[in-house]
Design a protein around this ligand. Structure first.
Ligand SMILES: Cc1cc2nc3c(=O)[nH]c(=O)nc-3n(C[C@H](O)[C@H](O)[C@H](O)COP(=O)(O)OP(=O)(O)OC[C@H]3O[C@@H](n4cnc5c(N)ncnc54)[C@H](O)[C@@H]3O)c2cc1C
Length: 420
């Protein structure tokens, strides 16, 4: 006898939701629908870095993705060069993080998203569907959309981003579990490669490497994208008075005040000129979810930023989302009936939440080091060399096969307890 179909809704068609959809369309006993509030599935913003663990997790979901990443113009991070950008030691090389054997890639977000959406059947994607409420109707979950439509499912997976409505359903509407400012702002700009090279300096573009400039109160980064046609420039800085609407105009005064100890160094002046040229850039507050008591409630669960929005300092938010999708896909492919959904979601919570929390806390601490705010390390190049590189160890060393196995064993243990 064939298995009864289990109806699953994914809410949110960002990187997390679309990656999960790829994992779930392969599971024959699931009927999948993906709902996105915007009129199309797309990614805004500049580049996203995928560390080696994220690429391994993506391989588990989409084995052809290595090729697709090349099509999407991914650039290998052959090395990340960390340099001091402010103060008397400005220009001092701190270290090269050689990517030999285990390199990350940087890819333009829109191009990555295009490749992830490509395998999805059109009929499962419902754009212009904004979830407004979840109700429990007997054994079923009812979704009420802003456009008036109402649908029923056996399970709902919230991939609806940092200000997730599904999160409110799962963890309750308590302020301590909502996203809040992390203490930094940042701004980003994409510019043509030749322009960046002429303003910032030829010597910084000899290799396709990412440069990170550590300094007093701020951090500057630039990396090469899209087959050496574009460069992403990022400035991040300490934020003491977060604006309510999470953004402020990027003015010359703000940049000069932020980088007052950088102006004699090799990088700040060129970068400030580049950032001021468009005239309308904004500085965005970085927000994060500081605490999350659970990723699941009943047959509803969270993934991606809805579960664990983190600051971008360790480049791991998207990587976490891809790992989430790998684990959920694995667990849901091993259940047989809707009665086992809850065990799958509890097992997912058990293996994924500790990792999400560790990344959030580590990432905030890494930002403080990059902005020269760690009391013990300051801007001492020797201490930075000793204490900074190891912070990525726990992120990149994830054994994806073991992680899947741990999740499956957790689910089997829960199912066994439920029977007893
Ligand atoms: C500045 C910055 C730089 C970053 N750099 C990196 C990096 O280098 N590497 C890395 O791994 N990560 C990085 N991240 C993190 C990464 O971008 C995010 O973790 C990832 O994109 C989250 O994807 P998501 O799908 O969970 O959320 P989102 O991308 O926010 O997608 C959520 C989707 O849900 C939709 N939605 C929202 N509400 C509803 C609703 N009610 N109903 C239906 N749909 C809804 C939205 O329209 C959206 O399409 C960075 C983040 C930032 C802010």
């Amino acid at each position: 006898m064939s298995q009864p179909h289990i109806r699953v809704a994914i809410i949110g068609g960002g990187l997390a939701g679309a990656t999960l959809a790829n994992a779930l369309i392969k599971v024959p006993h699931l009927d999948l629908d993906l709902y996105e509030s915007s009129p199309e599935l797309s990614e805004r913003g500049a580049a996203v870095g995928l560390t080696s663990n994220a690429q391994r997790a993506l391989d588990q979901i989409l084995p052809s993705m290595r090729q697709s990443l090349n099509k999407a113009g991914a650039v290998l991070m052959n090395s990340s060069r960390i340099v001091l950008g402010s103060g008397p030691d400005a220009g001092t090389l701190v270290f090269d993080l050689a990517g030999a054997g285990d390199p990350g890639v940087v890819v333009h977000r829109a191009s990555l998203m295009r490749e992830i959406i490509a395998p999805l059947p059109e009929e499962i994607i419902h754009t212009s569907h904004e979830l407004s409420e979840i109700r429990t109707e007997g054994d079923e979950l009812e979704i009420i959309f802003q456009n008036g439509s109402v649908k029923r499912f056996d399970a709902i997976i919230g991939a609806d981003g940092i200000f997730s409505k599904v999160r409110n359903y799962v963890v309750g509407n308590f302020s301590e579990h909502q996203a809040s400012p992390a203490g930094f702002w940042d701004c980003r700009l994409l510019i043509p490669f030749e322009k960046a090279r002429s303003v910032i300096g030829d010597q910084f573009f000899e290799l396709d490497r990412q440069y990170g400039w550590i300094g007093d109160n701020a951090f500057i980064m630039h990396d090469v994208l899209d087959n050496r046609t574009m460069v992403q420039v990022v400035v991040s800085a300490i934020e003491k008075d977060p604006p309510n609407d999470r953004k402020r105009p990027l003015t010359k005064e703000l940049l000069i005040e932020t980088s007052s100890n950088w102006l004699e160094g090799p990088i700040a002046k060129g970068v400030i000129d580049l950032l001021l040229e468009p005239g309308d850039l904004k500085a965005y507050s970085q927000w994060e979810q500081k605490s999350t008591p659970t990723y699941s409630k009943g047959n509803v669960c969270l993934l991606g930023d809805a579960a664990h929005a983190t600051t971008p300092w360790q480049g791991s938010g998207a990587g976490l989302a891809i790992e989430d999708a790998m684990i959920l896909g694995h667990l849901l492919s091993h259940i047989k009936t809707r009665d086992e959904l809850n065990a799958a979601f509890k097992a997912y919570d058990a293996v994924r939440r500790p990792r999400g929390q560790q990344v959030i806390d580590s990432s905030r601490g890494t930002g403080q080091i990059f902005c020269g705010q760690n009391q013990e390390i300051g801007l001492d190049p020797d201490k930075l060399r000793e204490l900074l590189p190891g912070r990525w160890g726990f992120i990149m060393s994830l054994d994806v096969h073991q992680h899947k196995q741990d999740a499956l064993e957790a689910m089997q243990a829960i199912l066994k307890t439920d029977v007893e």
